[in-house]
Write a protein that binds this ligand. Structure first.
Ligand code: AMP
Ligand code: GLY
Length: 423
């Protein structure tokens, strides 16, 4: 089995780390990867959106399977491009078809899907510039705070939550007039839900499914969940409030109807579904779908999957996932993201990173934004390195992970010291 992982972040490093438990370094490739992934396999330069280049890389290296980390290539149709290519029929693609990727790529598509299949989510309506007045009238029906979402991808900035009707009305107009370009030519307005969020990951072959470990990520840059949104400052797993009763509801009210919808809509889907959930009065509501694993949740949950990920992915590609045994580790896991000073706004790159050896089997370090400059590892992104730990419970793993952050140094290193504060 020769596997190519597409992407360059901590998520891809963590997927690679888990896959490397089953296959040798010579059989594992990353495109483009980072300074951490090159210890597990071969990094191959390239753009994740250059499907022709990815094809050539697959053929040149006899790749049997690609695992697509980020959403952009999926929304751009990498699955369909491989399936339509006679030379690539033998290459399994882990990820949904372009149509399936719309669950993440279009908020309106996702909301319509949820409504059609009776999946609990906030009440909503979608508007365009032609229906601006109706949009303003709909806002009047709702109470503050107001949630407005650009339909298409907007680099994580497309969700706007404001407190007054006047702000919401102005924001709606700005968005429809092109604040996020074509991505906000449609805007979803929805009811605000108040509760606590978690991330549920489902692996599916389109017929059957496995629910992977549940995680909670911390998105804001500042302690106490303050300040700007980031890609994610850390994550913990399991999530104490996602108990058995709640997870049964998630399965019955969200996972099963989502799979039913995927089948009824004839969506080809062989990959991960990320349910961004909010728990309101003990009930799950879907805030968003993503069509990939979360980052940094993956850097925690990979430490909790006991089964072979390669076997699970083979089950996905052959549509025999129901025959693969899935087991989780009993222990907890957490990851703490070390970021560059200034992130998520402007920050510097190219700062030398030093990593002292960590003599503990309970700690795994994943690179998120790093590269090699001659023989030195340097910072190459806002999120730089995540330190993951496993242990008895959330307190134990956070203690271990925080302790290990001292072993990694670079100029401008910053991280949140309050993960788990709200649990
Ligand atoms: P994202 O789509 O990841 O940019 O996330 C938007 C964030 O906005 C979510 O993680 C929630 O915290 C929040 N959010 C989105 N929709 C709602 C809603 N209907 N009610 C309350 N909060 C929301
Ligand atoms: N951690 C949230 C995401 O990956 O979108």
């Amino acid at each position: 089995m020769r596997i190519l992982i597409i992407g360059s972040g901590g998520r891809e490093h963590a997927i690679g780390w888990k896959i490397a438990q089953d296959i040798t370094k010579d059989n594992l490739f990353f495109l483009p990867g980072n300074a951490g992934t090159q210890k597990l396999g071969h990094n191959i330069a390239g753009d994740v959106m250059d499907f022709q280049h990815i094809k050539e890389v697959c053929l040149a290296n006899q790749v049997d399977m690609i695992v697509v980390g980020p959403e952009n290539p999926l929304c751009g149709g990498i699955y369909d491009s491989f399936k339509a290519d006679a030379d690539l029929q033998h290459v399994a693609v882990i990820g949904p078809s372009k149509k399936g990727a719309q669950l993440e790529g279009s908020k309106d598509f996702a909301k319509e899907f949820m409504q059609k299949y009776d999946i609990p989510t906030a009440r909503y309506q979608t508007f365009t510039l032609n229906t601006l007045d109706a949009g303003k009238a709909f806002l009047k029906e709702l109470t503050a705070p107001y949630v407005l979402k650009a339909d298409g991808p907007a680099a994580g900035k497309g969700v706007v939550i404001v407190d007054s009707y006047d702000e919401a009305s102005k924001e709606l107009e700005d968005m429809l007039r092109g604040k996020f370009g074509a991505s906000s030519s449609k805007v979803v307005i929805e009811e605000f839900l108040s509760g606590i969020e978690c991330s549920v990951f489902v692996l599916t072959d389109g017929k059957s499914y496995k629910i992977l470990p549940v995680a909670k990520d911390y998105k804001r840059i500042g302690e106490g969940d303050t300040g700007l949104n980031t890609g994610g400052m850390g994550a913990i797993s399991p999530v104490p409030f996602a108990d058995e009763v709640f997870m049964t509801k998630v399965k019955e009210q969200v996972v099963l109807p989502t799979l039913e919808g995927i089948q009824k809509e004839n969506i080809e889907y062989r990959g991960f579904i990320f349910l961004g959930l909010i728990k309101v009065n003990n009930n799950p509501y879907v805030i968003e779908y993503n069509v990939r694993l979360g980052d940094p949740e993956t850097e925690a949950i990979m430490l909790r999957i006991k089964s072979s990920l390669v076997s699970l992915l083979e089950g996905v590609s052959h549509q025999t996932l129901d025959q693969i045994v899935y087991e989780e580790e009993k222990h907890a896991a957490a990851t703490v993201m070390l970021v560059s000073k200034g992130y998520p706004e402007a920050y510097e790159k190219g700062r030398v990173i030093t990593e002292e050896a960590i003599a503990s089997d309970d700690i795994v370090v994943f690179h998120a934004g790093t590269s090699m400059q001659e023989d030195k590892v340097v910072t190459n992104g806002g999120r730089v390195i995540s330190v993951s730990a496993k242990g008895e419970d959330i307190t134990d793993v956070l203690n271990k992970a925080y302790h290990a952050t001292d072993k990694i140094t670079f100029d401008g290193k910053f991280y949140r010291k309050d993960l788990g504060f709200d649990l």
